[in-house]
Design a protein around this ligand. Sequence first.
Ligand code: SAM
Ligand code: DTB
Ligand code: SF4
Length: 329
Amino acid sequence: MDAVGVERNGGGIAPLRHDWTRIEAQRLYARPFAELMHQAQCIHRLNFDPNHVEMASLLSIKTGGCPEDCSYCSQSAHYDTGVRATRLMHRADVIATAQRAKDAGATRFCMAAAWRSPKGRDLDQVCDMVSAVKGLGMETCVTLGMLTREQAGRLSDAGLDFYNHNVDSSREFYGNIVTTRTLQDRIDTLAHVRDAGLKVCCGGIVGMGERVEDRLGMLTILANLPSHPESVPINLWNVVKGVPVNDTAERPDPISLARLVATARIMMPKSVVRLSAGRQYMTDELQALCFLAGASSIFIGDVLLTTKNPQRDRDANLLDRLGITSGLA
Ligand code: SAM
Ligand code: DTB
Ligand code: SF4
């Protein structure tokens, strides 16, 4: 059972589960659509305001030149993607960007670096950035690659709220997309993050040519972590030219995406499911369906790290038509 204890569902009190099987996830996912959506909505409403969506903002504080070989990523040095490698941004520029994001309505600021893992001096600088962004009154999240226990502790001491580190896919599919770090490496980092008292943001990507079973395998890994991640980003692969994953990979059909979000909602009732990368390809109707299925967080801003995100006006218009409160300015 999670530290948060129990969750109420329609039938009373049920413990948060960490013993999901893939078959159970498949059964849920395959329920008649109306039943699946109803179940997800009931659980969502017990745990969240159904008319609110959280706004997060993303900044690439160190772009490109990454030694890892993640085959979906524009920032890997293994592939020729046209992304220019940069140095770590200056603190003042990061703070100014965070302030603009706050003014635009973001409540969480996520800083990402294209590293295998942070080096000592780099981590000092990121800790400084975290403290400064916290000082603006925003929630902070960083994603810097693999961490030791000691590094997680330093980030926690700097006042960090969330650490993002994704499992990316199922156990079976994982080896097709990354060879330079194992899934177990990632799970070890998540344990260090948790032990340091940080909140965990952990999800993955769909649309890289994996099967539905892989997507459900990914949810099963997440739901069976010792504690459910507080945030679960579901990324739809944003096409990048020059990487091994290519755009002949079939994009999940819209109904299957809504099913996946609903299944995540049911398996991890208290986790905030974020519709992350790939919203640029989604119609307004599909995003609305995903919000009904239990997604309640998005990234705002015209770019994510190196790829596109919907324009602010489009997001504002959609949320307005849905009567969703967000603070989007
Ligand atoms: N380098 C750090 C790491 O991998 O741990 C942090 C940054 S990395 C860009 C964060 C996550 O973004 C990846 O784990 C992956 O799930 C997601 N991601 C990367 N490229 C993507 C793409 N083209 N489309 C969708 N999601 C992507
Ligand atoms: C996550 O799961 N999605 C965000 C955040 N964590 C760091 C990153 C999405 C990256 C999309 C590809 C890009 O813009 O380069
Ligand atoms: Fe590097 Fe992260 Fe991209 Fe992998 S996903 S290549 S670790 S930036």
